[in-house]
Design a protein around this ligand. Sequence first.
Ligand code: ATP
Ligand code: MG
Length: 415
Amino acid sequence: MMYKEILVRFGDLTLKGKNQNFFLKSLFKLMKLKMEGLNVDVENQHDRIFIHLNDENPEEVIKRLFLVSGVSSYSLVVKCSTDLQDIKETSLKLMEEKVKSETTFKVNVKRSNKDYPMKSPEVTKAVSGFVLSHHKLLKVDVHNPSVELDIEIRRDGAYLYNTHDRLLGGYPVGVAGKGLLMLSGGIDSPVAGFMAMKQGVEIECIHFESTPLTSIESAQKVVDLVKKLAKYAPNNKINLHMVPFKEIHVKLLENIPESYNITIMRRMMYRIATLLAIKKGCLAIINGESVGQVASQTLGSMYTINSVTSFPILRPLCTYDKQDIIKISRDIDCYDLSIKPFEDCCTVYVPKAPATAPKLEKAQLFEQMFDFETMVAWAVENTNSIIIDKDSDLNLPDLGLEVREVLQELKKNNQ
Ligand code: ATP
Ligand code: MG
Protein backbone atom coordinates (compact mmCIF):
# COMPACT_ATOMS: atom_id res chain seq x y z
CA MET A 1 0.00 0.00 0.00
CA MET A 2 1.12 3.56 -0.67
CA TYR A 3 0.71 5.35 2.63
CA LYS A 4 0.15 9.08 2.43
CA GLU A 5 0.02 10.13 6.06
CA ILE A 6 0.42 8.91 9.59
CA LEU A 7 -2.30 9.86 12.01
CA VAL A 8 -0.96 10.27 15.54
CA ARG A 9 -3.13 10.48 18.68
CA PHE A 10 -2.25 11.74 22.11
CA GLY A 11 -4.80 10.03 24.34
CA ASP A 12 -4.41 11.17 27.93
CA LEU A 13 -3.21 14.66 27.04
CA THR A 14 -6.64 15.81 25.94
CA LEU A 15 -7.83 15.47 29.55
CA LYS A 16 -5.51 18.05 31.00
CA GLY A 17 -7.78 21.12 31.17
CA LYS A 18 -5.89 24.37 31.64
CA ASN A 19 -2.51 22.87 30.87
CA GLN A 20 -3.69 21.58 27.54
CA ASN A 21 -2.24 24.40 25.49
CA PHE A 22 1.16 24.18 27.12
CA PHE A 23 1.21 20.39 26.69
CA LEU A 24 0.20 20.56 23.05
CA LYS A 25 2.78 23.21 22.22
CA SER A 26 5.48 21.11 23.88
CA LEU A 27 4.35 18.02 22.06
CA PHE A 28 4.30 19.70 18.69
CA LYS A 29 7.77 21.12 19.25
CA LEU A 30 9.09 17.73 20.37
CA MET A 31 7.55 16.01 17.37
CA LYS A 32 9.15 18.48 14.95
CA LEU A 33 12.53 18.05 16.64
CA LYS A 34 12.41 14.26 16.45
CA MET A 35 11.40 14.35 12.76
CA GLU A 36 14.36 16.61 11.89
CA GLY A 37 16.16 15.56 8.71
CA LEU A 38 13.13 13.76 7.29
CA ASN A 39 11.11 15.19 4.42
CA VAL A 40 7.77 15.18 6.25
CA ASP A 41 5.27 17.88 7.23
CA VAL A 42 3.81 17.83 10.69
CA GLU A 43 0.29 19.24 10.95
CA ASN A 44 -1.42 19.93 14.24
CA GLN A 45 -5.20 19.36 14.20
CA HIS A 46 -7.14 19.82 17.46
CA ASP A 47 -6.81 16.47 19.19
CA ARG A 48 -4.39 14.78 16.80
CA ILE A 49 -1.38 15.24 14.58
CA PHE A 50 -1.03 14.34 10.92
CA ILE A 51 2.38 13.57 9.52
CA HIS A 52 2.34 14.03 5.78
CA LEU A 53 4.84 11.55 4.46
CA ASN A 54 5.60 13.14 1.09
CA ASP A 55 8.00 10.47 -0.24
CA GLU A 56 9.46 9.47 3.10
CA ASN A 57 9.63 5.83 4.15
CA PRO A 58 6.87 5.26 6.77
CA GLU A 59 9.08 2.78 8.68
CA GLU A 60 11.69 5.45 9.35
CA VAL A 61 9.01 7.88 10.48
CA ILE A 62 7.53 5.29 12.85
CA LYS A 63 10.98 4.65 14.34
CA ARG A 64 11.21 8.37 15.08
CA LEU A 65 7.70 8.38 16.57
CA PHE A 66 8.99 6.01 19.24
CA LEU A 67 11.27 8.84 20.44
CA VAL A 68 8.33 11.14 21.18
CA SER A 69 6.80 10.85 24.63
CA GLY A 70 3.19 11.98 24.94
CA VAL A 71 1.75 10.32 21.85
CA SER A 72 -0.38 7.25 22.41
CA SER A 73 -1.05 5.59 19.05
CA TYR A 74 -0.76 5.91 15.30
CA SER A 75 -2.48 4.72 12.13
CA LEU A 76 -1.06 4.49 8.65
CA VAL A 77 -3.35 6.36 6.29
CA VAL A 78 -4.06 5.69 2.61
CA LYS A 79 -5.55 8.32 0.32
CA CYS A 80 -7.90 7.84 -2.66
CA SER A 81 -10.35 10.03 -4.57
CA THR A 82 -13.81 10.78 -3.13
CA ASP A 83 -15.44 8.71 -5.88
CA LEU A 84 -17.48 5.98 -4.14
CA GLN A 85 -16.17 3.17 -6.32
CA ASP A 86 -12.60 4.23 -5.58
CA ILE A 87 -13.37 4.30 -1.82
CA LYS A 88 -14.89 0.80 -2.02
CA GLU A 89 -11.95 -0.70 -3.87
CA THR A 90 -9.35 0.93 -1.65
CA SER A 91 -11.25 -0.29 1.42
CA LEU A 92 -11.24 -3.83 0.09
CA LYS A 93 -7.49 -3.69 -0.62
CA LEU A 94 -6.78 -2.48 2.91
CA MET A 95 -8.91 -5.22 4.44
CA GLU A 96 -7.33 -7.90 2.26
CA GLU A 97 -3.90 -6.82 3.40
CA LYS A 98 -4.84 -6.83 7.06
CA VAL A 99 -7.20 -9.81 7.40
CA LYS A 100 -5.97 -13.32 6.61
CA SER A 101 -8.31 -15.38 8.81
CA GLU A 102 -11.98 -15.21 9.83
CA THR A 103 -12.79 -12.13 11.84
CA THR A 104 -15.30 -9.36 12.49
CA PHE A 105 -15.15 -5.76 11.33
CA LYS A 106 -16.92 -2.44 11.32
CA VAL A 107 -16.73 0.60 9.05
CA ASN A 108 -16.72 4.15 10.51
CA VAL A 109 -17.27 7.08 8.16
CA LYS A 110 -16.75 10.78 8.90
CA ARG A 111 -17.37 13.63 6.46
CA SER A 112 -15.49 16.83 7.07
CA ASN A 113 -16.67 17.84 3.57
CA LYS A 114 -20.35 18.42 4.27
CA ASP A 115 -21.05 19.01 0.56
CA TYR A 116 -20.31 15.40 -0.24
CA PRO A 117 -23.40 14.01 -2.00
CA MET A 118 -23.88 10.99 0.32
CA LYS A 119 -24.42 10.98 4.11
CA SER A 120 -22.03 9.05 6.33
CA PRO A 121 -24.42 6.10 7.09
CA GLU A 122 -25.01 5.64 3.36
CA VAL A 123 -21.27 5.46 2.66
CA THR A 124 -20.86 3.04 5.59
CA LYS A 125 -23.53 0.76 4.20
CA ALA A 126 -22.21 0.86 0.65
CA VAL A 127 -18.59 0.17 1.65
CA SER A 128 -19.43 -2.58 4.19
CA GLY A 129 -21.62 -4.32 1.62
CA PHE A 130 -18.90 -4.20 -1.02
CA VAL A 131 -16.14 -5.44 1.30
CA LEU A 132 -18.36 -8.24 2.70
CA SER A 133 -19.28 -9.54 -0.72
CA HIS A 134 -15.61 -9.73 -1.81
CA HIS A 135 -13.80 -10.76 1.36
CA LYS A 136 -15.28 -14.05 2.53
CA LEU A 137 -13.48 -14.17 5.89
CA LEU A 138 -15.22 -11.07 7.23
CA LYS A 139 -18.42 -10.61 9.23
CA VAL A 140 -19.85 -7.32 10.49
CA ASP A 141 -19.97 -6.71 14.24
CA VAL A 142 -20.84 -3.13 15.10
CA HIS A 143 -20.53 -3.57 18.89
CA ASN A 144 -17.28 -5.43 19.38
CA PRO A 145 -15.39 -5.65 16.07
CA SER A 146 -11.85 -7.05 15.87
CA VAL A 147 -10.90 -4.69 13.05
CA GLU A 148 -12.20 -1.20 12.32
CA LEU A 149 -11.92 0.55 8.99
CA ASP A 150 -12.03 4.34 9.29
CA ILE A 151 -12.88 6.52 6.32
CA GLU A 152 -12.66 10.31 6.41
CA ILE A 153 -14.01 12.22 3.47
CA ARG A 154 -12.30 15.57 3.09
CA ARG A 155 -12.40 18.05 0.24
CA ASP A 156 -9.20 16.86 -1.39
CA GLY A 157 -9.84 13.13 -1.11
CA ALA A 158 -10.85 10.21 1.08
CA TYR A 159 -8.46 9.05 3.83
CA LEU A 160 -8.64 5.44 5.02
CA TYR A 161 -6.97 3.43 7.77
CA ASN A 162 -7.49 0.13 9.54
CA THR A 163 -4.48 -0.14 11.83
CA HIS A 164 -4.12 1.26 15.33
CA ASP A 165 -0.73 0.70 16.97
CA ARG A 166 0.56 1.89 20.30
CA LEU A 167 3.31 4.44 20.83
CA LEU A 168 5.12 5.46 24.04
CA GLY A 169 2.20 7.22 25.73
CA GLY A 170 2.88 9.39 28.78
CA TYR A 171 3.55 13.14 28.47
CA PRO A 172 5.89 15.30 26.37
CA VAL A 173 9.29 15.25 28.05
CA GLY A 174 9.84 18.45 30.02
CA VAL A 175 6.25 19.31 30.93
CA ALA A 176 6.58 17.71 34.38
CA GLY A 177 9.74 19.64 35.34
CA LYS A 178 13.24 18.35 35.89
CA GLY A 179 14.66 15.42 37.85
CA LEU A 180 18.18 14.19 38.61
CA LEU A 181 18.79 10.59 37.52
CA MET A 182 21.32 8.55 39.50
CA LEU A 183 22.92 6.76 36.58
CA SER A 184 25.18 3.75 37.12
CA GLY A 185 26.50 1.62 34.29
CA GLY A 186 23.92 -1.09 35.00
CA ILE A 187 20.69 -2.18 33.37
CA ASP A 188 18.19 -0.57 35.71
CA SER A 189 19.05 3.11 35.96
CA PRO A 190 18.91 3.97 32.22
CA VAL A 191 15.50 2.29 32.11
CA ALA A 192 14.39 4.31 35.15
CA GLY A 193 15.57 7.48 33.36
CA PHE A 194 13.65 6.57 30.23
CA MET A 195 10.48 5.86 32.23
CA ALA A 196 10.73 9.23 33.96
CA MET A 197 11.23 11.04 30.64
CA LYS A 198 8.29 9.18 29.19
CA GLN A 199 6.19 10.56 32.02
CA GLY A 200 7.23 14.12 31.12
CA VAL A 201 10.26 14.58 33.39
CA GLU A 202 13.32 16.14 31.80
CA ILE A 203 16.45 14.61 33.31
CA GLU A 204 19.98 15.53 34.20
CA CYS A 205 22.25 12.63 35.19
CA ILE A 206 24.56 12.20 38.14
CA HIS A 207 27.24 9.52 38.14
CA PHE A 208 29.57 8.70 41.02
CA GLU A 209 32.91 7.83 39.46
CA SER A 210 35.69 6.18 41.39
CA THR A 211 38.55 6.24 38.88
CA PRO A 212 41.23 4.98 39.08
CA LEU A 213 39.68 2.36 41.40
CA THR A 214 37.37 1.82 38.48
CA SER A 215 38.41 1.96 34.83
CA ILE A 216 38.05 4.82 32.39
CA GLU A 217 35.93 2.45 30.28
CA SER A 218 33.33 2.34 33.03
CA ALA A 219 33.06 6.14 32.82
CA GLN A 220 32.81 5.90 29.03
CA LYS A 221 29.96 3.42 29.40
CA VAL A 222 28.01 6.04 31.34
CA VAL A 223 28.67 8.64 28.63
CA ASP A 224 27.42 6.16 26.02
CA LEU A 225 24.29 5.41 28.04
CA VAL A 226 23.55 9.13 28.34
CA LYS A 227 23.86 9.38 24.53
CA LYS A 228 21.18 6.69 24.21
CA LEU A 229 18.87 8.54 26.61
CA ALA A 230 19.52 11.88 24.90
CA LYS A 231 17.53 10.62 21.89
CA TYR A 232 14.41 11.10 24.02
CA ALA A 233 15.40 14.43 25.55
CA PRO A 234 14.26 17.90 24.57
CA ASN A 235 16.99 19.32 22.27
CA ASN A 236 18.52 15.81 22.10
CA LYS A 237 20.94 16.72 24.91
CA ILE A 238 21.40 15.74 28.54
CA ASN A 239 23.61 17.25 31.23
CA LEU A 240 25.88 14.67 32.88
CA HIS A 241 27.39 15.41 36.28
CA MET A 242 30.41 13.29 37.15
CA VAL A 243 31.00 13.29 40.90
CA PRO A 244 34.54 12.46 42.08
CA PHE A 245 33.70 9.66 44.51
CA LYS A 246 36.98 7.80 44.95
CA GLU A 247 38.02 9.75 48.04
CA ILE A 248 34.78 8.93 49.87
CA HIS A 249 34.91 5.40 48.59
CA VAL A 250 38.38 4.83 49.99
CA LYS A 251 37.45 6.45 53.30
CA LEU A 252 34.49 4.09 53.64
CA LEU A 253 36.61 1.05 52.85
CA GLU A 254 39.08 2.12 55.55
CA ASN A 255 36.62 3.16 58.26
CA ILE A 256 33.32 1.38 57.98
CA PRO A 257 32.61 -2.23 58.98
CA GLU A 258 32.30 -4.28 55.83
CA SER A 259 28.63 -5.21 56.23
CA TYR A 260 27.63 -1.51 56.42
CA ASN A 261 29.88 -0.34 53.61
CA ILE A 262 27.23 -0.27 50.89
CA THR A 263 24.58 1.17 53.20
CA ILE A 264 26.78 4.12 54.04
CA MET A 265 28.11 4.51 50.52
CA ARG A 266 24.53 4.87 49.36
CA ARG A 267 23.73 7.34 52.14
CA MET A 268 26.62 9.44 50.83
CA MET A 269 25.28 9.19 47.28
CA TYR A 270 21.84 10.37 48.39
CA ARG A 271 23.36 13.29 50.28
CA ILE A 272 25.40 14.40 47.27
CA ALA A 273 22.51 13.85 44.85
CA THR A 274 20.24 15.99 47.03
CA LEU A 275 22.69 18.89 47.11
CA LEU A 276 23.29 18.70 43.38
CA ALA A 277 19.57 18.39 42.61
CA ILE A 278 18.90 21.59 44.54
CA LYS A 279 21.80 23.34 42.80
CA LYS A 280 20.51 22.34 39.36
CA GLY A 281 16.85 23.18 39.97
CA CYS A 282 15.66 19.57 39.95
CA LEU A 283 12.52 18.72 41.90
CA ALA A 284 13.16 15.01 42.36
CA ILE A 285 15.88 12.37 42.32
CA ILE A 286 15.29 9.33 40.14
CA ASN A 287 17.02 5.98 40.48
CA GLY A 288 16.83 2.39 39.32
CA GLU A 289 16.12 0.74 42.66
CA SER A 290 13.75 -2.19 42.66
CA VAL A 291 12.48 -3.70 45.89
CA GLY A 292 14.34 -6.82 46.90
CA GLN A 293 16.84 -6.79 44.02
CA VAL A 294 19.98 -6.63 46.18
CA ALA A 295 20.84 -6.22 49.88
CA SER A 296 20.71 -2.41 49.61
CA GLN A 297 17.20 -2.56 48.18
CA THR A 298 15.32 -4.44 50.89
CA LEU A 299 12.70 -2.20 52.51
CA GLY A 300 14.85 -2.14 55.66
CA SER A 301 17.90 -0.95 53.71
CA MET A 302 15.90 1.58 51.75
CA TYR A 303 14.53 3.02 55.00
CA THR A 304 18.00 3.46 56.50
CA ILE A 305 19.51 4.81 53.29
CA ASN A 306 16.63 7.12 52.39
CA SER A 307 16.52 8.76 55.81
CA VAL A 308 19.43 11.09 54.93
CA THR A 309 17.15 13.12 52.67
CA SER A 310 13.64 14.47 52.57
CA PHE A 311 13.95 15.14 48.85
CA PRO A 312 11.39 13.28 46.68
CA ILE A 313 12.92 10.07 45.28
CA LEU A 314 11.24 8.55 42.23
CA ARG A 315 11.82 4.85 41.71
CA PRO A 316 10.02 4.04 38.47
CA LEU A 317 11.13 0.38 38.66
CA CYS A 318 10.44 -0.27 42.32
CA THR A 319 7.95 -3.08 41.64
CA TYR A 320 9.34 -4.28 38.32
CA ASP A 321 10.58 -7.77 37.67
CA LYS A 322 14.10 -7.94 36.18
CA GLN A 323 12.84 -9.57 32.98
CA ASP A 324 10.44 -6.68 32.38
CA ILE A 325 13.26 -4.21 32.98
CA ILE A 326 15.49 -6.07 30.50
CA LYS A 327 12.76 -5.93 27.88
CA ILE A 328 12.55 -2.13 28.14
CA SER A 329 16.35 -1.90 28.22
CA ARG A 330 16.45 -3.73 24.88
CA ASP A 331 13.65 -1.58 23.43
CA ILE A 332 15.61 1.61 24.18
CA ASP A 333 18.81 0.06 22.84
CA CYS A 334 20.71 0.24 26.15
CA TYR A 335 20.97 -3.45 27.01
CA ASP A 336 24.11 -4.38 25.04
CA LEU A 337 25.90 -1.41 26.57
CA SER A 338 24.64 -2.05 30.10
CA ILE A 339 25.91 -5.63 30.15
CA LYS A 340 29.46 -4.65 29.14
CA PRO A 341 31.56 -5.91 32.01
CA PHE A 342 33.18 -2.76 33.43
CA GLU A 343 33.18 -2.26 37.15
CA ASP A 344 31.70 0.76 38.83
CA CYS A 345 31.88 1.91 42.41
CA CYS A 346 29.14 -0.46 43.54
CA THR A 347 30.87 -3.50 42.08
CA VAL A 348 34.44 -3.04 43.34
CA TYR A 349 35.10 -4.56 46.74
CA VAL A 350 31.58 -5.91 47.22
CA PRO A 351 31.23 -7.04 50.85
CA LYS A 352 30.78 -10.78 51.36
CA ALA A 353 27.81 -10.32 53.67
CA PRO A 354 26.18 -6.90 53.21
CA ALA A 355 23.57 -6.01 55.85
CA THR A 356 20.07 -6.65 54.55
CA ALA A 357 18.42 -4.93 57.53
CA PRO A 358 20.91 -2.20 58.49
CA LYS A 359 19.92 -0.23 61.58
CA LEU A 360 19.65 3.54 61.22
CA GLU A 361 21.31 4.17 64.58
CA LYS A 362 24.27 1.99 63.68
CA ALA A 363 24.70 3.69 60.31
CA GLN A 364 24.68 7.08 62.02
CA LEU A 365 27.20 5.88 64.59
CA PHE A 366 29.63 4.52 61.96
CA GLU A 367 29.41 7.78 60.05
CA GLN A 368 30.83 9.62 63.06
CA MET A 369 34.15 7.91 62.32
CA PHE A 370 35.10 10.45 59.67
CA ASP A 371 34.23 13.98 58.62
CA PHE A 372 31.83 13.06 55.87
CA GLU A 373 30.19 16.48 55.61
CA THR A 374 33.38 18.13 54.36
CA MET A 375 33.94 15.30 51.90
CA VAL A 376 30.38 15.50 50.60
CA ALA A 377 30.68 19.27 50.13
CA TRP A 378 34.04 18.79 48.36
CA ALA A 379 32.55 16.17 46.00
CA VAL A 380 29.68 18.49 45.04
CA GLU A 381 32.08 21.40 44.56
CA ASN A 382 34.39 19.35 42.34
CA THR A 383 31.71 17.72 40.22
CA ASN A 384 32.43 17.98 36.49
CA SER A 385 29.44 18.64 34.29
CA ILE A 386 29.33 17.93 30.59
CA ILE A 387 26.57 18.23 28.03
CA ILE A 388 26.09 15.03 26.05
CA ASP A 389 24.39 15.20 22.66
CA LYS A 390 22.72 12.12 21.14
CA ASP A 391 25.40 12.10 18.41
CA SER A 392 28.32 13.00 20.66
CA ASP A 393 31.62 11.38 19.61
CA LEU A 394 33.21 11.87 23.02
CA ASN A 395 35.56 8.95 23.68
CA LEU A 396 37.33 9.23 27.02
CA PRO A 397 39.90 6.39 26.60
CA ASP A 398 41.11 7.96 23.32
CA LEU A 399 42.14 11.08 25.19
CA GLY A 400 44.79 9.15 27.09
CA LEU A 401 44.24 10.97 30.39
CA GLU A 402 42.81 10.08 33.76
CA VAL A 403 39.07 10.55 33.65
CA ARG A 404 39.10 13.51 36.03
CA GLU A 405 41.58 15.45 33.92
CA VAL A 406 39.54 14.72 30.82
CA LEU A 407 36.38 15.90 32.49
CA GLN A 408 37.96 19.07 33.78
CA GLU A 409 39.18 19.86 30.26
CA LEU A 410 35.72 19.25 28.86
CA LYS A 411 34.15 21.37 31.55
CA LYS A 412 36.44 24.23 30.65
CA ASN A 413 35.56 23.89 26.96
CA ASN A 414 31.86 23.81 27.77
CA GLN A 415 31.98 27.04 29.73
P1 ATP B 1 21.50 -0.63 37.80
O1 ATP B 1 20.57 -0.66 38.99
O2 ATP B 1 21.45 0.63 37.05
O3 ATP B 1 21.41 -1.85 36.98
P2 ATP B 1 23.35 -1.52 39.56
O4 ATP B 1 22.45 -2.69 39.66
O5 ATP B 1 24.82 -1.64 39.39
O6 ATP B 1 22.91 -0.66 38.37
P3 ATP B 1 22.49 -0.92 42.14
O7 ATP B 1 23.56 -1.33 43.01
O8 ATP B 1 21.30 -1.77 41.94
O9 ATP B 1 23.08 -0.55 40.73
O10 ATP B 1 22.07 0.54 42.57
C1 ATP B 1 20.75 0.99 42.60
C2 ATP B 1 20.62 2.34 41.96
O11 ATP B 1 21.53 3.28 42.55
C3 ATP B 1 20.99 2.34 40.50
O12 ATP B 1 19.89 1.92 39.73
C4 ATP B 1 21.36 3.77 40.27
O13 ATP B 1 20.20 4.57 40.13
C5 ATP B 1 22.04 4.15 41.58
N1 ATP B 1 23.50 3.99 41.45
C6 ATP B 1 24.27 2.94 41.77
N2 ATP B 1 25.57 3.16 41.52
C7 ATP B 1 25.65 4.40 41.01
C8 ATP B 1 26.72 5.24 40.54
N3 ATP B 1 27.97 4.83 40.52
N4 ATP B 1 26.41 6.47 40.10
C9 ATP B 1 25.13 6.90 40.10
N5 ATP B 1 24.11 6.17 40.52
C10 ATP B 1 24.33 4.94 40.97
MG1 MG C 1 20.09 -2.54 40.14
